[in-house]
Design a protein around this ligand. Structure first.
Ligand code: ATP
Ligand code: FE
Length: 386
């Protein structure tokens, strides 16, 4: 069994070839980092164009690196949601074209399910049921995975996801966004004092497993604005004191600036992750009432590649006598491997669609699901939260 996975739900164009036994034969990711850095976010139309430009090349490279041609494939898996429909379309069109030409079954994949299930590729001991915390650019989910395709949503974000908060904070701090804001912020935070600014932890009074990052974003913004005012005032003061011709000691001002930005980064990160820790603690309690046998918490999605996040969650998991399963960073951020692997899991259960017609028109109404919840909401959660 050999499956090609294609992923274009957001800003990365990714493809990979994975074998039924979990062997990764190839993985290719083309990111739109330059566009992200230039515009500070994902603009759907531009992202669609960028995907269209590279999709053929990315898929071909994945096949070449695996030393295969499409005739050797057993099936094609492709993300059909959630995500930007213009972007999803590019991947789905490519997948169907290929599947149609080579008479291959096709498997439509849920992007967040793929983020969770890739953990089963790297940790073979990981059996259902397990818990997952999925933290990325657009999602903050706590789920209980009963079985393949059977998920209970214990918590979700009521506004922004943590990745969005990392990205905005990084942008406001003027960090290099060419790799997305998260890694740059993680790096800067290492230099800062995490206790220096007392941001408040979101949703303290809500005894549920939901998340909120919009308020923390506002707190950070205010802190940055007040520091900026301070720096501007200091410069002005120095200019006045030293009289116009004197050289302003820029180096010390900017190192001071870096220091205070690092303090903001570290303080933000501490509270952003404390919020995750608190929610995980409660979710484990809830999940154990439904499935006392759970042994693992999977942490995946782009933000799970952060070392501080991993260390803090490892602590929570150990305290609760569970095991943490966190995929390597390259499999936490968007990739084709997770799509191919999730395809393999479904394929093995007989869940796939027949090959599309070889002459399918490009305007065919694809089954895209830009908004697609993962599993049922945990109804009792609402009463427990009271
Ligand atoms: P979603 O999965 O919700 O559809 P996405 O696919 O765009 O969103 P991912 O690729 O899964 O997102 O994750 C990208 C997010 O992860 C970005 O917000 C990015 O800043 C964040 N991220 C990546 N690396 C790190 C890191 N080291 N620390 C913090 N955040 C990080
Ligand atoms: Fe993602």
């Amino acid at each position: 069994l050999v499956v090609l996975g294609i992923e274009t739900s957001c800003d990365d164009t990714a493809a990979a070839v994975v074998k039924g036994n979990g062997e990764i034969l190839s993985q290719v990711v083309s990111s739109q980092a330059d566009l992200l850095a230039k515009y500070g976010g994902v603009a759907p139309k531009m992202a669609e164009e960028a995907h269209s430009q590279v999709i053929d090349q990315v898929v071909q490279e994945a096949l070449d690196k695996a030393n295969l041609t499409a005739t050797n494939l057993s099936a094609v898996a492709v993300t059909i949601g959630p995500g930007l429909s213009l972007c999803l379309r590019v991947g789905v069109r490519k997948a169907r074209k290929l599947a149609g030409s080579f008479n291959l079954p096709i498997i439509g994949i849920h992007h967040m399910e793929a983020h969770a299930l890739v953990a089963r590729l790297i940790e073979r001991e990981l059996q259902f049921p397990f818990m997952a915390l999925l933290i990325s650019g657009g999602h903050n989910l706590l789920i209980l995975a009963h079985d393949l395709g059977l998920y209970i949503q214990l918590g979700t974000t009521i506004d922004d996801a943590i990745g969005e908060a990392y990205d905005k904070t990084a942008k406001w701090l003027g960090l290099d966004m060419s790799r997305s804001g998260g890694p740059a912020l993680e790096e800067l935070a290492r230099e800062g004092d995490a206790e220096s600014i007392k941001f408040s932890i979101p949703m303290k009074q809500h005894k549920d497993c939901n998340f909120s990052y919009a308020g923390l974003k506002t707190q950070v913004r205010l802190a940055i604005e007040s520091k900026n005012m301070y720096v501007e005032n200091t410069k002005l003061l120095l200019t006045l004191i030293m009289c116009s011709n004197a050289e302003i000691p820029i180096s010390s001002a900017s190192s001071q600036d870096r220091r205070s930005r690092a303090d903001i980064a570290a303080s933000f990160q501490r509270v952003a992750v404390l919020h995750l820790e608190e929610r995980c603690d409660r979710a484990i309690e809830w999940a154990r009432k439904i499935e006392p046998s759970i042994k693992h918490l999977v942490v995946s999605g782009g933000v799970a590649s952060n070392q501080y996040v991993r260390a803090r969650l490892d602590h929570v998991v150990k305290k609760n006598s569970l095991q943490l399963v966190c995929p390597p960073p390259k499999l936490c951020t968007d990739n084709g491997v997770m799509v191919a692997w999730t395809g393999i899991e479904h394929f093995c259960m007989g869940r796939f669609d027949p090959p599309p017609p070889a002459d399918e028109h490009e305007d065919y109404m694809y089954d895209l699901r830009p908004r697609w919840p993962l599993g049922e909401e945990y109804a009792e959660g609402r009463s427990e939260a009271r």
